[in-house]
Design a protein around this ligand. Structure first.
Ligand code: ZN
Ligand code: ZN
Length: 369
């Protein structure tokens, strides 16, 4: 891990410590593995982190013996590493034995069973407090290093799709195209896809979460491809819809409508408006064309270490304004059941000056046969 990465992890931990002081919590038990990676740099699958609010409370990192070597290499120097003997929560309780105070836990990730175990094992003087979302709050705004990683993942995914399309689409199965796309992403250095790829043509494209089938892609229809790469722990997310030969006037109109909504919503991305406001910009265009009912999902979502994270851009999103450093998708879609679907999705960084679109694949209606 580079020095820059170490510095940013230390900065994250100290921001979290300040948030704990504000909440009146003495320590936060972090059990979500993505949050643990974000704070410590640890990439394994078994760990707990305990952040101390004040300097007198050392930040702790617990893992089991399988990860002794890996944790020594990966975990940031801000943490004291403990190798658990037996059950991790029981070991944690032992480590906290000399202290008292309020112990926050992530109620979004700690199971009811784990909570009961922890409550039973914790020495007297500790009080458990639900504190989920504190690390996610920090993760919402990305630092330069994170944005660079998301950009690299996006460029890699763009290249993988360009390569996949070279062999055309007609006559290949949805599955075959999805497999080639994922293989290309891996060959280009991705650790894998950031979620299972969607390749859906014709009426199947009207299902926003279609699973690729063995069915061979026909000529003269629309094909929606929604995919992303995972690179250095960060995700990309992109959707393009292509024509396979001559398509109906209706299909062309729907495509142009979605493109217009997508471009208008993209143009509205900047610090200030809320996720709800930006959703409304895209939605109004689709509603004005009488297709509001056919756009059943939110306009977009945050992307980072996870492919779906905060903030949300939707009708039900809060009033919180978008902020520089957030990375979000803009992905309106129109789905005509039994006929066709169109979705166009770009990944965009909110910047002080407005925004920067990361996805570089063209968006004008393109025919791939
Ligand atoms: Zn997507
Ligand atoms: Zn998305």
């Amino acid at each position: 891990m580079s020095k820059a990465a170490r510095a940013s992890e230390a900065a994250r931990v100290s921001r979290l410590a300040s948030a704990l002081v504000e909440r009146g919590v003495d320590r936060l038990l972090v059990s979500d593995l993505v949050n643990i990676r974000y704070l410590t740099g640890f990439n394994g699958s078994s760990a707990l982190a305990v952040i101390g609010a004040e300097e007198s409370r050392r930040h702790l990192f617990l893992t089991d013996f399988r990860y002794a070597t890996q944790s020594a290499e990966e975990v940031s120097a801000s943490f004291q590493i403990e190798i658990a003997q037996g059950e991790m929560l029981a070991s944690l309780a032992k480590v906290l034995a000399g202290e008292t105070g309020k112990l926050g836990f992530e109620d979004s990730s700690l199971t009811v069973e784990q909570h009961a175990k922890l409550a039973a094992a914790l020495p007297g003087g500790w009080q458990l407090l639900a504190c989920g979302g504190l690390v996610e709050d920090l993760r919402e705004v990305k630092d330069d290093q994170e944005i660079a990683r998301i950009k690299a993942a996006t460029q890699l995914a763009d290249e993988a799709l360009r390569g996949t399309l070279e062999a055309g689409l007609v006559g290949r199965s949805e599955r075959e195209v999805a497999i080639e796309l994922e293989l290309r992403m891996r060959r280009l250095g991705a650790s894998g896809p950031s979620f299972p790829s969607i390749v859906a043509f014709g009426a199947h494209g009207a299902l926003p979460h279609a699973e690729p089938r063995a069915a061979k892609i026909a000529s003269g229809c629309l094909v929606t491809i929604d995919f992303g790469a995972m690179l250095d722990g960060y995700c990309s997310d992109c959707t393009r819809t292509y024509a396979t030969g001559r398509i109906s006037e209706q299909a062309k109109e729907v495509y142009e409508l979605v493109l217009r909504a997508q471009q208008a919503a993209l143009a509205a991305v900047r610090p200030g408006p809320s996720g709800r406001d930006v959703d409304a910009v895209g939605r109004e265009i689709i509603e004005a064309a009488g297709m509001g009912e056919r756009f059943g999902h939110g306009l977009g979502h945050g992307v980072g270490m996870e492919v779906h994270e905060r903030p949300r851009l939707s009708r039900t999103a809060g009033e919180q304004p978008l902020a520089a450093g957030q990375v979000v998708t803009i992905e309106p879609g129109v789905y005509l059941e039994g006929a066709l679907g169109v979705r166009i999705e770009d990944l965009v960084v909110v910047t002080d000056a407005g925004h920067e679109v990361l996805t570089e694949l063209p968006k004008q209606l393109t025919t791939i046969e």
